[in-house]
Design a protein around this ligand. Sequence first.
Ligand SMILES: [Mg+2]
Length: 278
Amino acid sequence: MKSLRHIFLIPIIFLSTNIYCIESDNAFQQQSMLAVLYLRTSAEYKANATQTYASAKRHIDTALMEKSWTALLNQKEEYEDLPPAIILDIDEAVLDNSEHQVRSIKNGTSYPTGWKEWVSEESAKPLPGVVDYLSYADSKKIKIFYVTNRTHDLEEYTKNNIKAIGLPFDDDIDVLLMKNEKGWSSDKTSRRNLIKKDYRVIQIIGDQLDDFIPSEETEVSINERKALIDTYADMWGEKWFMLINPMYGQWEEVLYEYCWECYPKQSDKIKQRLKALE
Ligand SMILES: [Mg+2]
């Protein structure tokens, strides 16, 4: 009889543990609600992306004329006569993935759950302003590179999505540089260096500090990250353009000392968030 009781108890314990996880994850994901609403419903977000891309577009002609103009920190030797290029990050810089975030809230799930499925739908919409900006750049014969930390296995879906929304995409050379492709890490420096060999990079567009700056420089404290904005004050708004991403990013990772797995419980992550408010 005792053993029979155990047989009934095991599934009850398993079920209740699972329910606890789902409830906990739901509560955790609910914390993203306002950020996702801001991105999806506010005119203010649309205005911000629109003005960012409009401003970038207005600097293109000057950048083309001034041969010493470069957006790469380490582009220093014999680059003046190289053909011009622009580097863009993809997620939350070119493609809007807020639909994936909505699903995470509704389902109480966290990245990477559902990410590959979302990407494979190839249905992400362009950020406001990006189509006009890149059409203009393309008309000026500027090479467009997409440097993303989407993983290599997602390359085909990503390419199809970019083409589907009418953005320029050169099929003759590799313009879509993915994480894990050719041994590339999440630090984009090596990919920027590769482009640097053959092109003068006139602008960079992203939503994370390490879209512009080596990761080892950006993985620092909250205040040190802010100080980097002053360090590179000359770049913003002319050569570097930062899109707003309140949904996720390095600005959140720093709250967990860049160690997501060090806080396996969602409640511990929330404690870290509260601590940052003090
Ligand atoms: Mg991004």
